[in-house]
Design a protein around this ligand. Structure first.
Ligand code: COA
Length: 268
């Protein structure tokens, strides 16, 4: 894990990261901790959080865990309160908890659609709303992990497209409403990122992976570090005038108009 940023960039800062027990957000948590932040990682499963926390602590990072479902307002709020008690006001809030499965509209129940809307969109609202009283003002920075699904349609991804479109607009409303208090809110749209649960669900076979990569101008999957670097930039002073922005980190995939699942032979 290498980084172009200096090691003490986030010294003494507090970060709360939903979805921090695995994948992209685990790598973001690792990066923030390596840069000196105290991090609390949230996810649904304590065992996954413990494994991720052990990696961070093993490298000398300051880390705590909070198991809670972002769909449960009181549960996520209690984590934010505990984080603040342990480490002080929250400087960095990353809303990364997300759900996904490939299914056409006719292959999904109302409850399946709702599950993803609730995790992604309501979960982002719950986390930000519950964090408000505990955010440093001025100075706090919010990052929501979205996707290019927010701005273009993908086959077999109607639930995710609808959820991410909502996440994008919600985050920009926060940028507008909370900007005057010195809180910035931005989005990261990761492209296909290797070694994540998302990609293992969406491109489960070598053929599907090849089809995805062929639609990326840089001809490779993204790395979790690519997203961690973007997440570090956004919370640094180098981004102090960046607010309400959608930071696309996808190797240029969106330029090809790729509808990932269709290209991979999974979609319609
Ligand atoms: N196709 C169609 N429907 C599906 C499905 C699939 N592949 N997987 C789940 N569902 C439906 C279920 O059938 C259920 O609907 P029902 O009650 O009408 O039968 C509904 O989705 C909720 O499923 P459940 O497993 O009870 O929900 P959950 O809250 O435990 O899980 C999910 C949420 C469905 C999003 C699950 O995929 C998940 O936990 N994902 C988290 C990890 C993840 O997706 N990471 C990648 C992020 S990019």
């Amino acid at each position: 894990m290498s980084s172009p940023f200096r090691d003490n960039l986030l010294s003494g800062k507090t970060a709360f990261i939903t979805g921090g027990g695995s994948g992209i957000c685990q790598r973001i948590a690792e990066r923030y901790a390596a840069m000196g932040a105290n991090v609390m990682i949230n996810g649904r499963k304590q065992e996954k959080l413990d494994t991720a926390a052990a990696i961070i602590a093993g490298r000398g990072g300051s880390v705590a865990t909070h198991a809670a479902d972002v769909r449960d307002y009181a549960a996520i709020e209690s984590g934010l309160v505990r984080c603040c008690e342990m480490f002080g006001l929250i400087d960095i809030l990353v809303c990364g908890a997300a759900g996904n499965f490939p299914a056409p509209v006719t292959g999904m129940s109302a409850n399946g659609f709702k599950a993803v809307i609730d995790i992604d969109l309501l979960g982002t609202f719950n986390t930000c709303r519950a964090a408000f009283d505990h955010l440093r003002k001025p100075g706090a920075s919010i990052i929501a992990i979205s996707a290019n699904h927010a701005s273009q349609a993908y086959g077999w991804q109607s639930h995710v497209c609808a959820a991410k479109a909502g996440v994008e607009r919600l985050t920009q409303c926060l940028a507008l409403e909370w900007g005057p208090m010195g809180i910035r809110a931005n989005l990261i749209n990761p492209g296909p990122i290797d070694e994540t649960e998302g990609m293992s669900r969406l491109a489960p076979t070598p053929e599907a992976r090849r089809a995805v990569v062929e639609n990326v101008p840089l001809r490779r999957m993204g790395r979790k570090d690519d997203i961690a670097d973007m997440a570090l930039f956004l919370v640094s002073d180098a981004a102090s005038y960046v607010n309400g922005a959608v930071m696309v980190c996808d190797g240029g995939q969106i330029l090809t108009g790729a509808r990932t699942l269709s290209s991979a032979g999974l979609g319609q």
